[in-house]
Ligand binder design. Sequence first.
Ligand code: NAP
Ligand code: GLV
Length: 326
Amino acid sequence: MAEIFITRRVFRDAIDILINERHTIDINDSDRILPVRELVKRAHGKAGLICLLNDRIDSVVMDELSSLKVISNIAVGYDNIDIAAATQRGIMVTNTPGVLTETTADLAFALLLGAARRIPEADQFIRAGKFKNWQLIQPQMGVDIYKKTLGIVGMGAIGQAVAKRARKGFDMRIIYYSLSRKESVEKEYEAEFVEFDELLSMSDFITIHVPLTEKTKHMFSTQEFKEMKNTAILINTARGPVVDETALVEAIKDGQIRGAALDVFEEEPSVHPELIKMEENVVLAPHIGSASIETRLRMAKMAAMNMVEGLKGNIPPNLVNNTVKP
Ligand code: NAP
Ligand code: GLV
């Protein structure tokens, strides 16, 4: 029996998992992000904190929450949490890997298709009453996808799920760059490991699936865009700051790349105003990678289960900082 604070509105099924274990719940039952002072006040004295990817849980917050044993993030990415600070304080941090892999890969591929075939623009065209007749040289002519080269940056769970779709469904050539080589992936999807600069210059489409770390911040900036094909399309469903958004805007304006499809942004929820204006070559989505009903429910339940195990004194199934002992 412990006290848990949940920072935001979540599914009832997740709360029930905690209540069935006789935990006491306090919840900010709204979609409003709590300012630090309010979050600290509400979470004070609690052993568990369940949070979302846009709650920043840093050392300052942790210093105020000395009773904290488990931080359970409802996301696979955990760049919003200072892991080193948590580890130093003996706080377990958990995330929700796996359950969102296929759903996020679907979205990455949907964005690729949407940008290549200019689907949002075509939709707007019809709604604006502009579809008068079929033309051979149609305003929304896009580019082909099948048999093109897809560069995957970060061949983890989601990167591999995208490779499957691209290779098995669209006969694409897969090249990838990751921290380590993946022999089974190379075999199954005929994927080739290449250096990052080779991937940049060879790909027709580049899809990003790395976590946000000090090393991946602005992994895509002015120089990288210069190295890309001027027909290339960049898809980012990872984290906004992996791409230098100002450099991206310049690269599209200068014709260094054809366009981009983005689910994540550097200063979320703000989006660079120039990207908003680029209706012909940029597709935008409001961080919906994992946003199917089934997957969001699975994520919330997984986060609750992680919390339950951590508070029982067990190693939670999805412990991120595994040097911390319960
Ligand atoms: P994952 O299985 O951990 O895969 C991440 C991959 O990135 C790993 O394969 C890792 O390489 C590679 N990597 C890490 N640092 C790298 C670097 N500096 N250079 C090259 N490769 C690097 O994670 P995942 O489940 O696929 O998720 C990936 C990210 O997607 C998450 O961290 C999250 O930020 C984001 N995400 C976004 C949404 C959304 O809604 N848009 C949904 C889910 C996830 P090795 O395997 O070689 O170590
Ligand atoms: C979503 O962005 C996640 O990291 O789960």
